[in-house]
Design a protein around this ligand. Structure first.
Ligand code: GLC
Length: 488
């Protein structure tokens, strides 16, 4: 997206802030300061909006049990049923959980291979969990011994290796850091204090995400001062030139705390853009929800990213075989991009560091499609209309997708749209030959001068007030769908 458009959007966004969805607001304290810091990140925002497709990696000690504890599946325990929440689901005491570190020895981990896979998939950036809710750091942390160097036999700085591999291969890099939830050192995450003071959180369960089964004896403020703030600082100092920082689950963060997390990053790497899950409106970009594609785009005032799981878990789950097919991944990507967002798709390496085969194969297939059709995705913008055709699929979140599965029911009449300057793209996910009509490209959108089937070449067309009729050649390359590039 052009810088000018982006600034315009930010300004309109700021004016609309008062009516925006709560998650997508701007901060009520340090407001002027935030506006200035946020505006100074325009270049990264522009990069982000052009990049469209990224790789998320959830990896940690939880990858060893892979969703099963003492023979019991996480689905039989407390929600949420995602494998990286195993300590919470089974209320595993801190000392017992920490023992997993003694067997964390992921001999199959190969940073270059993961980066190569991301590139082959057509992904432009990679974000990995430097520390998830269990409090374990995947890098060499000087402020906590609960890290890969001190607590495991592996003793390799995973974040450093991936950061380096990305730099070498020209893939952009970011990290996820669980700032609010830390089951090892974050006490009860202020749950008792919230209860006592009668405060609420934006979740039906006041204790949600808090370690109330075996909280650490320090206070939450001590956790922030002695672990979380210093860890974010050392991450900023250790790994330069990052693009984004993924804070998560801010339920009990107050505004000053969110501000601190924003400022620590800004002071060292001012270019980094931060997710709105930092809390209290301090984010530079929005996350509509896990595995959620937004329906109402008016509620979103900031650049946004949908994050998605490959099966139904972020961390490796050894029994979940509900893998997204190349066809489904493309649907997510295209639906999201046509709405102006980014898609960051997660892989969950195993406890030994390997990437599940299905993730590898399906990503490669998507990458092959993007090799031919990527110009309709990268660097594009949302058009006046996101889609035409009879079929719609709503993706309302992780539980919805897990419950309902994915049925591919799109037809040759379904087209998604993107645009780049005066060029329009119509994207179909249905392999077809013969004649197709894109109704929205009628003479009202301007006279079409040329139509190209990407990967093939110019094709014959006719345009009138009912649409653009195109003749597709037989045997075209489109096994997962095709793109029409329309020049006006
Ligand atoms: C949720 C979960 C978490 C996962 C994240 C990804 O907030 O708590 O386990 O990391 O979403 O978006």
């Amino acid at each position: 997206m052009q810088l000018r458009n982006m600034m315009a959007i930010l300004l309109v966004g700021l004016q609309q802030a008062a009516v925006a969805a709560p998650a997508d607001k701007i901060p009520e304290v340090h407001t002027e300061e935030w506006i200035a810091m946020n505006a100074s990140k325009a270049e990264t925002i522009e990069w982000f909006q052009d990049a469209k497709f990224g790789m998320f990696i959830h990896w940690g000690l939880y990858s060893i049990p892979g969703g099963i504890w003492d023979g019991v599946k996480i689905h039989e325990e407390r929600r949420p049923h995602i494998a990286e929440w195993i300590q919470h689901a089974f209320e595993i005491p801190r000392a017992e959980y920490a023992e997993l570190a003694t067997s964390f020895n992921p001999i199959h981990f190969d940073a270059d291979a993961i980066v190569k896979l991301a590139k082959a998939a057509g992904m432009k950036y990679l974000v990995i969990t430097a520390k998830h809710h269990d409090g374990f750091a995947l890098y060499d942390s000087k402020v906590s011994a609960f890290d890969v160097m001190d607590a495991t036999p592996f003793k390799r700085d995973i974040i450093r290796e991936l950061h380096e591999a990305c730099r070498k291969a020209g893939l952009d890099f970011g990290i996820y850091y669980s700032h609010n939830i830390d089951w090892a050192d974050g006490s009860d995450g202020r749950a008792a204090e919230y209860k006592e003071k009668g405060w609420s959180i934006p979740h039906p369960n006041l204790h949600f995400g808090a370690n109330i089964w075996d909280p650490s004896p320090n206070t939450f403020q001590e956790y922030l001062d002695e672990k979380a703030y210093p860890q974010v600082k050392e991450l900023m100092e250790n790994y330069p030139d990052m693009k984004c920082l993924w804070y998560d689950m801010p339920w009990r963060m107050d505004a000053e705390q969110s501000y601190q997390f924003y400022k620590i990053v800004y002071d060292i790497q001012p270019q980094i853009i931060i997710t709105h899950r930092i809390g209290n409106g301090f984010g530079d970009y929005s996350i509509p929800g896990d595995n959620k594609i937004p329906e109402n785009l008016d509620e979103i005032i900031k650049p946004w990213e949908t994050v998605g799981t490959f099966n139904n878990s972020w961390g490796f789950n050894g029994y979940d075989q509900d893998w997204k097919s190349p066809q489904e991944i493309l649907f997510w990507l295209i639906e999201i991009v046509s709405k102006g967002g980014n898609y960051m798709l997660n892989i969950g390496p195993t406890g030994l560091g390997g990437v599940p085969m299905e993730s590898v194969h399906n990503l490669e297939a998507v990458g092959a499609w993007l090799d031919v059709n990527g110009e309709a995705v990268y660097g594009t913008e949302k058009w006046d209309l996101t889609k035409e055709g009879p079929t719609t699929v709503n993706m309302g979140g992780t539980h919805a997708r897990e419950k309902e599965g994915f049925k591919f029911e799109f037809t040759a009449q379904d087209f998604w749209f993107t645009q780049k300057a005066s060029t329009l793209y119509a994207i179909s996910l249905v392999p077809t030959s013969g004649s197709v009509t894109v109704s929205s490209f009628h003479t009202g959108v301007g006279r079409v001068k040329n139509v190209e089937l990407l990967g093939y070449g110019t094709v014959a067309f006719q345009q009138d007030k009912k649409g653009l009729r195109v003749k597709l050649p037989r045997g075209n390359n489109a096994n997962l769908g095709y793109v029409l590039k329309v020049s006006r």
